[in-house]
Design a protein around this ligand. Structure first.
Ligand code: ZN
Length: 328
């Protein structure tokens, strides 16, 4: 005889109680849309490895973002794609007042007052060597000057109007340095600091590097991004960045690292938790759907629902425009 408490189907026989089975419902405000802004002001260029995504010039931002804001887009994160600038050892073009990120922030702030604007902070798109910090003569990372430079860039993005700065470089100590810099300049209460805390050296970044032109000129990033198996190091990074003053903790990539998202919930229970469904995850879902392995929409939902189930409350995703259509 079946015991009464063994009945589970009674909670999922109808769409509404099925939705109640999740502890946190997916909503539009959870999605932060990564966008690529380039230095040709009229650009609107397809990125073949990221289906449906483009590099945009600042003159095209109104036609690009306007319809999404109408549908409920709450936030974007900007990535600069400089194609014409002179890159150097310290990433000087990162905070060029005439560069795509600073002009892009100003333009979006003026066009869409309700839109929350985050800026990715890194140097790799702007350094001649393509690494995320400054280098020693032997090609290794020179950590402390890198941190100083990243803090300078973050402050300049905040001054331009960014509501949030999000360092993705993985230098040691940059969260404390950026927080200090923001506070000292009077932006301590005006700018959120979202840390890419547990950022793994993943093979899922390929399409992004195509999009942003940020592949390193030599070597790789394994000396500063986390090894995929390094659960302990990820936990230490989360604890450290929480202590250094991060307002939001991020795990990147998302789907292969759900256990790390769950760890972050445990280690930083009082912080909002973000995860980045990266370019390769997005491209994989598109490729799988194209190959007939699954339905695109069903798989996109399954992927982000698993992130929310693991504990994420903010999802950076190239599926954001789709979810604005799919979610009511
Ligand atoms: Zn970088």
């Amino acid at each position: 005889m079946t015991m009464a408490f063994s009945r589970l189907h009674s909670g999922i026989h109808h769409p509404l109680p099925r939705s109640w089975q999740s502890r946190c419902l997916l909503n539009k405000a959870m999605f932060m849309y990564p966008i690529f802004i380039t230095d040709d002001p009229d650009a609107c260029v397809d990125i073949p490895s990221l289906p449906g995504q483009r590099r945009w010039g600042i003159n095209r931002l109104e036609e690009f973002i306007g319809p999404l804001v109408e549908k409920g887009l709450a936030s974007v994160i900007l990535f600069g794609v400089p194609l014409k600038c002179d890159k150097d050892g310290r990433g000087t073009p990162a905070d060029d007042p005439e560069g795509p990120v600073i002009l892009g922030v100003k333009k979006l702030r003026s066009l869409f007052p309700s839109l929350y604007i985050a800026c990715d902070v890194c140097l790799c798109e702007y350094t001649s060597h393509g690494h995320c910090g400054l280098l020693n003569e032997d090609g290794t990372i020179n950590n402390d000057p890198s941190v100083d430079r990243l803090a300078e860039v973050a402050l300049n993005y905040a001054i331009a109007g960014a509501h949030c700065v999000a360092p993705s470089d993985m230098m040691d100590g940059r969260i404390m340095a950026i927080k200090r810099k923001l506070i000292d300049a009077g932006y301590g209460n005006k700018c959120t600091l979202m840390s890419y805390s547990a950022k793994f050296a993943s093979s899922l970044y390929g399409p992004f590097r195509d999009a942003a032109g940020s592949a390193p000129a030599f070597g790789d990033r394994k000396c500063y991004q986390l090894p995929p198996a390094a659960k302990g190091l990820a936990r230490r990074a989360i604890i450290r960045d929480t202590a250094e003053g991060a307002d939001i903790i991020m795990v990147k990539p998302a789907l292969p690292y759900l256990d790390i998202i769950a760890d972050a919930v445990e280690l930083a229970p009082n912080h909002p938790l973000a995860c980045y469904q990266v370019s390769g995850e997005f491209a994989m879902i598109h490729a799988g759907a194209k190959a007939g392995v699954f339905d695109l929409r069903v798989m996109a939902f399954e992927s982000v629902e698993s992130m929310v189930r693991a504990g994420a409350s903010i999802i950076l995703s190239y599926f954001t425009p789709d979810f604005l259509d799919w979610l009511v």
